[in-house]
Design a protein around this ligand. Sequence first.
Ligand SMILES: [Mn+2]
Length: 409
Amino acid sequence: MPKILHVADIHLGARPYGLEERRNDIFRSFEFVVETALKDRPDAVLIAGDLFDKPKLPLRDVKQAVELVRMLTDAGIPVLAAHGEHDTPSVRDETLLSLMEASLDGFRAPLYRSGMSAKDFVVDLGDLKVAVVPFFKVSLEERRKLTLRFLREFDEISKGAGGKFVLLAHMSLDTEMQFDAVASPSDLPSRARYAALGHLHAPRVRLEAPTPYAYPGVLDPLKVEEISMPGSPLYVDLSGDTPIIERIRIPRRPQYKIDVDVVDVASVYNAVSMSLKKVLAGSGGAREVKLKPLIHVVIKTDKPVNKARFIAEVRRAAGKADVLLKIHWKVAGGGEYGGASLELRGEGPLDLAKIAAEHYSIPLEAASTILHELAEAAAEKDEERVKEILQALATSVDQDVWRRVLNMR
Ligand SMILES: [Mn+2]
């Protein structure tokens, strides 16, 4: 009978490419998971780490996350979360997850505190026992040792435990990802029916392993490399001897990558408009949600370029296409740089203040003041101040906050 919903790597609060739209996309994707669970009523929702993108987040992000999780717990669906790399601070402290555990009935996210042992991390849901592996934010070598110790103790506990034993962890297995692996599949508790894992952003399902395990993958692709292999949350039916897996399809914003290999700025226009036409024509039927596609334009060139002119050409080529745009740079010898994220509003010269004003819905005057402040702080190599300004830019569109930030010295 037990059926669980297994999701991982949600990264609430992330703001890919500085786009508010992408921040909202990630919340929307998680909301879809919550609504799916409310409809289908699994016996538990297991989150295998990285519910949050950072250990500390703006409070509006935290509030929105709590509200979504509470919809599940209010409906009597237990929610269990493992700590992940992103939601664990590097100093020992409470976490957003541990605060949620303390304040939400039905939400469990055991946090490691000294003196605790493996049995403190086994959550008893009646027929279902879930062993939650703590995340140790220490050197990889230390993490390996501590994690293996927990896995061995869970193996012992699983032998005496009645019901269905499930492992919940945020970690790499060496069969999937070498460089930060902490365990092998053979280290997973032998009596566990299933290991609900997280951390790999590319989805994997390994039901043939001695202990069946799966990584749902990233809920909403955070990087351009992830758009071709997005993850999907999994329903795992544990009633039989081997789990039965069903993928939950998430309606996401369409994202496409356009590679533009150019020798000079004069060829940007044709290259972009042609690829864009092709991509948008092919996307017609696939438009599953009414969201503007996000187009990644990867500009490859073998000599240093005047980025402003290239960006202007890309915008001109995109014309009135109703898309979001992110420009990536691959300049030979110059490495790879992130570029500006622009919402396209037709042609015209590149006016950064205007773009910022539109993008963040702030007055033009405020936008140009901010850019001026940023340039000044950067020229003075005042890293703290740059961070402050960027933080404010990223987290607030409230003008009073702007005024305070800009007067702060
Ligand atoms: Mn992650």
